[in-house]
Design a protein around this ligand. Structure first.
Ligand code: NI
Length: 242
């Protein structure tokens, strides 16, 4: 069956009057469907439960790849140097209910995540940069222990961890600046124990994105402490679906 779609502003009204009958062999979705691609996976599971075949045709909703930045040292440092203050502003003096709860099971709390960032400062980014820039014949990195923080953070307060992270990060940025890295250095390589060859530029951009990743994770763990409290709005809060 072919059902011409109404224009976008009328979609909701139209669907309220003519609810979709979710049953059939083939569902063909065409035209302005790009927002569906970034929707929660729920929509896909509903469709796959009710149709044999699902076809997406993006006719006029062009998916264009956004122009991305090239990694440069000053731009990476812009993020790296402010992360400790971002975390201090976000977390200092919060009730433990926000910072010690996790998402269940083996997932990490805010406290665990800050401990993990400290381990990164001690054993990951700068030591690996130094291996890349060294004259060593074997530039294989030591594997990073993703669970070291559980021992290292024991008995400390979150305030202590935040202070320690800030002190280590400041020291590491000084070490990074002191290398006076050139464009040529950024293509120098090391060996990651799992991925193989990686460049210094990839390591530095990963360090930067790793900060943003864990800031997002911290927001997500905190948001989930109120998951049951938001009632029906849970549907609209993407952070609670992650
Ligand atoms: Ni991490």
């Amino acid at each position: 069956m072919f059902r011409p779609a109404p224009r976008i502003p009328d979609n909701k009204k139209y669907l309220n009057v003519n609810p979709l009958q979710l049953k059939g062999d083939i569902l063909l979705l065409a035209s302005d469907i790009v927002p569906l691609l970034s929707a929660t996976t729920m929509i896909f599971s509903i469709m796959s439960d009710n149709f044999q075949v699902l076809i997406f045709l993006s006719l006029n909703g062009k998916i264009t790849r956004k122009q991305e930045m090239k990694c440069t040292l000053p731009k990476s440092i812009e993020i790296l140097e402010r992360t400790p203050d971002v975390l201090i502003a976000m977390l200092h003096n919060l009730s433990a209910d926000w910072t010690s709860g996790n998402e269940g099971g083996e997932t990490w709390s805010v406290f665990d995540i800050v401990g993990h960032l400290i381990e990164g400062e001690k054993t990951d980014w700068i030591p690996r940069m130094e291996i890349i820039l060294s004259d060593k014949p074997d530039k294989t990195f030591e594997p990073f222990d993703r669970f070291a923080q559980f021992e290292e953070s024991k008995g400390k307060s979150l305030t202590q961890l935040l202070d320690e992270f800030k002190r280590l990060r400041n020291r590491n940025i000084e070490r990074l600046r002191s290398k006076n890295l050139t464009d040529q250095n950024s293509e120098e390589k090391g060996i990651h124990p799992a991925f193989g060859e990686i460049t210094l530029s990839q390591l530095l951009s990963t360090w930067t994105v790793h900060d943003l990743n864990h800031i997002a994770q911290i927001a997500s763990v905190m948001a989930k402490q109120y998951k049951a409290e938001v009632g029906p709005w849970v549907e609209y809060l993407k952070i609670l679906q992650l």
